[in-house]
Design a protein around this ligand. Structure first.
Ligand code: PHE
Length: 445
């Protein structure tokens, strides 16, 4: 019997994949940088019309063929043409993201432990501590990266049902509880209303083409799209489950958590009079200072907050390795153990390259054309490989798959007009929108 998700297991696992550092770390700082409300509106539109469309596409391909990324493209195509196996490049994207994602999770793990001892009391000390960690403290980074990588490997070795489904069944409700508690505390603060108006009152002056790109990139990243993750998880979803409803639920959970994380973080920052546009250092530099001002309560909040980030991140990390595992197991007939050792070593070693590339001692030799290896991994995955994959998915479904089959899969669960809207979006609107933004980002138009 194949290792399958239950319906709720799938929703939790896909939501576990979607909800990650993208929601709790990246969404708030990007929103802060683009001035709040108007950016949030653009982001919500990107999720609803572009992200969800591609999500449904990946879910359909996976559930329909019940196979790894390469095989499922071949089998879903009208011509069953072997050339579609090239779509399997997505699994490399996921593994590459995992390499540096594990390093960042390592930093967060080290913050869980620092929160137990002493939090920095002013932004200068906090900034120096963070910089020392990433540029000088190689052994600490290596230790935590190893712990995270080991945890991910340990979970996936146990398989889809016993490993992935189970861990999500435990961690996702716990994440919900911690975030719920932090939200209640945020609501009790005077600054909560300020956070609400920052996040929902639109100031369109800051929405330029960069903001549109950031919103689109964030929508893809946060929904785990274009890397074969949703496709691979859906391949373990029994065929009779309503994939449309499940996908919509995942998008709703993911968006709600991003908004809640934003409200929590901005309430905390405004309460302490800290700036909202602190960039990537927001949770590593600004927040610890805010927490340190609140004494012992601040320490408890800091610990809970960083643990929540770890839970969210681990469930995402696990979902990044699964596409390659399924690929090697099915196409190269490897055992799960062998595939895990192979893919685990790849991302673990690349992660070490990423962390060394930021260090004072090795940084220079791991910097190419003005970007270090860590930034290259981030840039090529989110700015090149994910959007390219999204375009491939749209063109594939819109032009190379039998329309009747697609319609049948949708109408099994939803009224015909849902299919019609989706089909229009996937054939025209989404690929055109992504292409324009993509070429613009690469400076080609
Ligand atoms: N969605 C995850 C997040 O928001 C990141 C992710 C990307 C997970 C790609 C799986 C695949 O952090």
């Amino acid at each position: 019997m194949k290792n399958r998700f239950s319906r709720i297991g799938f929703i939790l696992a896909a939501a576990g994949s979607a909800v990650g550092l993208g929601n709790i770390w990246k969404f708030p700082y990007v929103t802060g940088e683009y001035g709040g409300g108007a950016f949030v509106i653009v982001y919500l539109l990107a999720i609803a019309f572009i992200g969800l469309t591609v999500f449904l596409g990946e879910a359909l391909i996976g559930q329909n063929s019940q196979a790894n990324v390469s095989t499922s493209f071949i089998e879903t195509s009208k011509s069953k043409n072997e050339k579609w196996k090239f779509a399997g490049f997505m699994i490399a994207t996921a593994l590459l993201i995992l390499s540096f994602y594990s390093v960042v999770l390592g930093w967060i793990l080290s913050y869980v432990f620092t929160s137990f001892t002493a939090l920095p009391t002013d932004p200068k000390i906090a900034g120096d501590a963070f910089n020392t960690l990433i540029t000088k403290d190689l052994s600490t980074q290596l230790l935590y990266h190893t712990l995270i990588a080991g945890t991910v490997i340990f979970i996936v070795l146990k398989g889809v049902k016993e490993g992935i489904e189970k861990i999500n069944l435990i961690l996702m409700p716990m994440l919900g509880l911690i975030l719920g508690g932090l939200l209640l505390y945020a609501i009790s603060l005077d600054s909560f209303s300020q956070a609400v108006s920052f996040m929902f009152a639109a100031d369109w002056s800051k929405v330029n083409s960069d903001a549109l790109l950031a919103a689109l990139g964030q929508a893809f990243f946060t929904l785990s799209l274009g890397v074969g993750t949703i496709l691979t998880y859906s391949a373990s979803l029994p065929k009779e489950v309503n994939f449309v409803k499940s996908s919509v639920m995942v998008a709703i959970v993911d968006t709600t958590i991003a908004l809640v994380a934003g409200l929590i973080i901005f309430s905390f920052l405004f309460e302490a009079g800290a700036p909202s546009a602190a960039g990537p250092g927001l949770v590593f530099i600004s927040l610890p200072v805010v927490f340190s001002g609140w004494g012992i309560l601040g320490q408890v909040i800091a610990i809970s907050f960083f643990i929540a980030l770890i839970f969210a991140g681990i469930t995402s990390a696990v979902s990044m390795i699964e596409p390659s595992l399924m690929f090697f197991i099915e196409r190269y007939k490897m055992t799960r153990k062998k595939a895990t050792i192979l893919c685990g070593s790849i991302f673990y070693l690349l992660g070490i390259v990423a962390l060394l590339s930021m260090s004072a001692s090795f940084g220079e030799s791991l910097t190419f054309f003005g970007k270090n290896a860590f930034d290259w991994m981030d840039f090529t995955t989110s700015s090149v490989m994910m959007p390219s994959a999204a375009i491939v998915i749209c063109i594939f479904l819109g032009y190379y798959v039998d329309k009747d089959m697609l319609q049948e899969r949708f109408t099994k669960h939803t009224p015909l007009f849902v299919f019609k809207i989706w089909y229009f979006l996937i054939r025209y609107l989404v690929p055109v929108a992504i292409s324009i933004l993509f070429l613009h980002k690469l400076g080609l138009i």
